[in-house]
Design a binder for this molecule. Sequence first.
Ligand SMILES: [Zn+2]
Length: 134
Amino acid sequence: MKDKIQKNEEEWKKELTPEQYQVCRMKGTEPPFTGKYYNSKEPGMYLCAACGNELFDSNTKFESGTGWPSFYTPISEENVETEEDMGYGMRRTEVMCSRCGAHLGHVFPDGPRPTGLRYCINSVALKLDPKDKK
Ligand SMILES: [Zn+2]
């Protein structure tokens, strides 16, 4: 079990941009086709924007046409948490960072092989760590 990051809302508000705060802490959703990464094909590791936890490998990113970055699997089941979300009259599964609890997006059962899952994630909740930088 990794150490969880616990911060109060005031601390998060100070550390995150207003857009990040809205998505990561208030469970908001960025408008489609506006995010930094929805169309990105740059290789690297997508980290949690709030705490730097490794979440998704660019190898598992695919073109979903939804306007949000989409992945068919997280790098590890342990790095994300999922929870039933009944908000907005829809039954969806919420995806969160397992380390800091940041809201990332939702997972849907209509993704490509091999998992059949589509992790639909807000760009603003992610930070790409490009591969060639290292
Ligand atoms: Zn996090």
